[in-house]
Design a protein around this ligand. Structure first.
Ligand code: SF4
Length: 328
């Protein structure tokens, strides 16, 4: 399925309550207090959800928050593998995901049975998996990483040890370049980051010659080659605040622009166009955008959908995540 077809399939659903956004916010805050809940939101969520969250961050920050929160309920405004990671880290807590269909094309690109065969074909390799994968893949891994700490994690592995990196091939190629290691790569990709258009980004830069290009390492090699700065969303946000440039072309999911504009209102942030660009850039992840303020309210009210995990699988998936958190 193309990104346009996915965006069409998952386009906003009709509201099922008569509540306005202000009423939804009021109810969410009331329920949150009543149930001792915390709302963790990814930078790729719509701005209304980011504004009501207790913590907004990237995968590393969200995992750290999930591991240390004292709340009884975690509402995870993100996609399934993120809520699953929170459940792996906090099994005693109820972890809610506003829409269970909020999956991830990257996680889907690495099925466990095929990955087991790939692993068997490369004996003696340490398996480093990007956090954007299922609990089954985590359980088959030695250590997990995020885009914030991937280089550090790979650098921590002895030089003579061969490494498999999964599931994102673009991030893997980028890591080969920055670590100088010969990684064996699984061929998976994110449909959003893989759909940004090199030509359209170049023509946008021609219209804004002073603009710097900030890109996420899940983007294709050709885009990373022309980027002025490549790193995780959290580090892109930090860079945009400290750097003296006034205009940026941001090559990642559009949700991060909300935090960038909030932190640096005097600067211009332009979303990078996708290959399917027509009237708007539309660099929105169709899965992330399944979550809405209304679904967040309903899941907190009903305490469902909740993430459930087999304990044996949870324990196997926990060990490589803990290794990452210790190194971070
Ligand atoms: S942006 Fe890509 S990697 Fe992130 S949740 Fe969406 S499909 Fe998955």
């Amino acid at each position: 399925m193309t990104i346009t077809e996915l965006q069409e399939k998952y386009k906003k659903t009709e509201p099922v309550t008569n509540l306005t956004d202000d009423q939804l916010k009021e109810e969410i805050l009331r329920l949150k207090k009543e149930k001792n809940a915390v709302i963790l939101a990814h930078y790729y969520q719509e701005w209304k959800i980011q504004e009501i969250a207790d913590y907004v961050g990237d995968s590393l920050g969200l995992s750290q928050q999930a591991a240390k929160t004292e709340a009884d309920v975690i509402v995870f405004a993100g996609v399934h593998f993120m809520a699953e990671t929170a459940k792996i880290l906090s099994p005693q807590k109820k972890v809610l995901l506003p829409d269970l269909d909020a999956g991830c094309s990257l996680a889907d690109s690495c099925p466990a049975d095929a990955f087991q065969k790939f692993k068997d074909a490369h004996p003696g390799h340490v398996v480093v998996s990007y956090v954007n994968c299922t609990a089954e893949i985590k359980a088959l891994s030695d250590i997990i990483c995020t885009s914030s700490n991937a280089k550090k994690i790979i650098d921590s592995i002895p030089q003579e040890t061969p490494i498999i990196f999964a599931p994102d091939v673009n991030l893997g190629r980028y890591l080969k370049k920055v670590t100088g290691r010969d990684l064996v790569l699984w061929d998976g990709a994110c449909i959003v980051h893989d759909s940004f258009s090199l030509d359209k980004i170049k023509s946008l830069q021609e219209q804004h010659p002073q603009a710097k290009i900030l890109a996420h390492p899940e983007c294709s090699h050709a885009i990373l080659e022309i980027a002025d700065y490549v790193d995780s969303t959290a580090k892109m946000l930090d860079y945009s605040q400290k750097d003296a440039t006034s205009t940026y072309i941001v090559v990642t999911e559009e949700g991060i622009l909300h935090q960038m504009r909030k932190a640096s209102p005097e600067k211009l942030f332009l979303p990078a166009p996708l290959v399917t660009y027509t009237e708007c850039a539309c660099g929105e992840c169709p899965y992330m955008r399944l979550n809405t303020l209304e679904k967040l309210y309903l899941c907190l009210l009903r305490e469902e959908p909740a993430i459930d995990l087999d304990e044996d699988l949870r324990l196997k998936a926990l060990a490589p995540i803990q290794r990452m958190l210790e190194l971070s």
